[in-house]
Design a protein around this ligand. Structure first.
Ligand code: FES
Length: 108
């Protein structure tokens, strides 16, 4: 199991156990982490699984492909470390990954 910590915009932390091969988004959904909506189910076409990957981890991830980059440009509250969590595959190397969540997945 790979441990992932999600931190809500208000600082509330959620430590979850993710399974290898699933997406970071799916790990959040399986554990009812608030703040990940995932309307499209993981097809990089909604941007409601947006999260901020902790800087220390950002360079350990494969870079976003063009589909992810395009969709992030449609997300709200984008920052330089914004990623779509549905496009990050869980591997043992991600044990300890920290993902912060935007204040909202909408314009609010
Ligand atoms: S779940 Fe829709 S873009 Fe990630």
């Amino acid at each position: 199991m790979t441990k992932i910590k999600f931190i809500e915009a208000d600082g509330k932390e959620h430590q979850v156990e993710a399974q290898e091969g699933q997406s970071v988004m799916q790990a959040a959904m399986d554990n009812l982490v608030p703040g990940i909506v995932a309307e499209c189910g993981g097809f990089a076409s909604c941007a409601t699984c947006h999260g901020y990957v902790d800087e220390a981890w950002l360079k350990k991830l494969p870079p976003p492909d063009s589909a992810e980059e395009g969709m992030i440009s449609c997300a709200y509250h984008v920052q330089p470390n914004s990623r779509l969590t549905c496009q990050i595959k869980v591997t043992p190397a991600l044990d300890g990954l920290v993902v912060r969540l935007p204040v909202s997945q909408t314009s609010e």
